[in-house]
Design a protein around this ligand. Structure first.
Ligand code: ZN
Ligand code: ZN
Length: 148
């Protein structure tokens, strides 16, 4: 009954399609369905078969259209979720790298301090040893002098 029309409007995205188009040129949804009684090809929102006049289940494409809508929304949400996940992953990676860099810096500082401490200890030991040596030398001299 819609065969006289120059084209069909997609029930999902409302794009005008050619009369003989099997699928919407914009959203790709199927625009035709076969009559379960005589197998004639009918426009998706025909309520009755163009050939045998049998009642076509209009609920079928409404459900399909709604499912498509839900699927589209789900896809969008998934894309969003993936984007958020990607951002979070990047952020946590940056955080991790920062933490690792800080830890490296801390270790480097600690190492530097340890080296300095050891150098100081060595210096102290050298001073103590030389002072002890000098004191022993003086005692020896004094002992020699007083002994003579
Ligand atoms: Zn469409
Ligand atoms: Zn039919």
């Amino acid at each position: 009954m819609t065969n006289d029309n120059p084209g069909h409007v997609c029930p999902y995205c409302e794009t005008l399609n050619d009369q003989d188009a099997g699928f919407c040129r914009k959203c790709g949804v199927a625009l035709t369905r076969r009559c379960p009684h005589c197998d004639a090809v009918n426009w998706i929102d025909d309520e009755h078969c163009v050939q045998c006049g049998a009642t076509l289940d209009i609920l079928e494409w409404i459900i399909r259209r709604d499912n498509l809508g839900v699927a589209g929304r789900l896809n969008e949400q998934m894309d969003e979720a993936e984007q958020i996940k990607a951002i979070e992953t990047a952020a946590s990676q940056a955080r991790m790298e920062r933490m690792l860099a800080e830890e490296r810096e801390m270790r480097e500082a600690l190492r530097q301090r340890l080296i300095e401490q050891r150098a100081q200890e060595k210096k102290m030991l050298t001073i103590v040893l030389s002072v002890t040596g000098v004191v022993l030398f003086i005692i020896l001299i004094v002992a020699l002098i007083t002994g003579l």
